[in-house]
Design a protein around this ligand. Structure first.
Ligand SMILES: Nc1ncnc2c1ncn2[C@@H]1O[C@H](COP(=O)(O)OP(=O)(O)OP(=O)(O)O)[C@@H](O)[C@H]1O
Ligand SMILES: [Mg+2]
Length: 275
């Protein structure tokens, strides 16, 4: 679905943000990208729908080259991006109009639009706020509206660039659940950039970036088994993984590849029963 081939990118000031990055993302995959501040995650995210074009290399979306001007509108229809700050993504004064803004620009006819807006609001649990003023909503609610705006365009790929970063734990969990649901139920391909390592648990694949390059790639279980390497590039492991490492170091219990507190406690209970 998304193919990044030997992409390098430098900003106008000469700052090199991506360095020979290659990456393929399959239709229906749920991929998580992590990396320390400035490692190139957002730059890569903007490559996925042509907001930025590679300085070297190429990016294709469903076979369409993002550098091809004639494909730009089709690519924007296919790939929706939700950013970190919900306030920057609100453009109108009524929720319903805000959700309709994107598809309107893509030329979706009004009658089809009304149905799509209703469905999108329902998918994010915000149908009762259709006539509300977006600026009166909480951060989490605004972020749901931003996601609904993307859904109304019926994208095949949803990119979330630290879309939960400004939310409280509950708001974060809600958004994560909505995104998981969209991936599982509607088969939408998801690329989620996050600084919360525990959000990567349960995704199909993790991509770890460092200084503009991909330095690790694999299932969350595989990546989190390399805790020391992650810490060496300024990252962390989820709390349950850290605890699991300590328990193993202290020779208390070997909890395998437990990544959540639930898995960890089940594993500890089992080993206690054995002894
Ligand atoms: N508009 C810009 N102009 C010049 N340099 C930029 C610009 N945006 C990003 N950079 C530089 O490119 C590099 C990668 O930035 P990018 O925003 O892609 O990183 P990131 O991984 O998303 O970081 P963060 O976790 O802080 O969001 C950094 O060195 C950054 O300073
Ligand atoms: Mg970023």
């Amino acid at each position: 679905m998304l193919s990044v081939r030997n992409v390098s990118f430098s900003y106008d000031n000469g700052s090199r943000a991506l360095n020979d990055v290659s990456l393929d993302i399959d239709r229906g995959e749920f991929v998580c990208i992590v990396g320390h501040n400035g490692s190139g995650k957002s730059t890569l995210a903007k490559m996925f729908n042509g907001l930025l074009l590679p300085t070297e290399g190429s990016v294709t979306v469903d076979g369409m080259d993002t550098a091809d001007d004639e494909k730009m509108l089709d690519i924007r229809r296919l790939v929706g991006i939700v950013f970190q700050n919900p306030d920057n993504q609100i453009v109108t004064t009524v929720v319903r109009e805000d959700v309709a803004f994107g598809p309107e620009n893509l030329g979706v006819p009004p009658d089809i639009m009304a149905v799509r807006v209703d469905e999108a609001l329902k998918a994010v649990g915000m149908e009762s706020y259709a006539e509300s003023a977006p600026h009166m909503l909480s951060g989490g609610q605004k972020q749901r509206i931003a996601i609904a705006g993307m859904l109304a365009m019926e994208p095949q790929v949803l990119i979330l660039d630290e879309a939960t970063a400004m939310l409280d734990p509950m708001g974060r969990r809600d958004i994560l659940n909505i995104v998981r649901e969209l991936n599982k139920q509607k088969g939408i391909t998801v690329v989620m950039i996050t600084q919360y390592m525990e959000e990567a648990v349960g995704t199909d694949r993790m991509i770890v970036m460092n200084d503009g390059s991909i330095v690790m790639e694999g299932t969350p279980a595989k990546v989190f088994a390399r805790g020391d390497e992650l810490r060496a590039i300024g990252l962390d492991v989820p709390p349950a993984v850290e605890l699991r490492e300590l328990l193993k170091q202290m020779d208390v219990a070997d909890c395998g590849d437990a990544m959540t507190l639930q898995e960890l406690s089940a594993s500890i209970c089992r080993s206690l029963l054995k002894n």
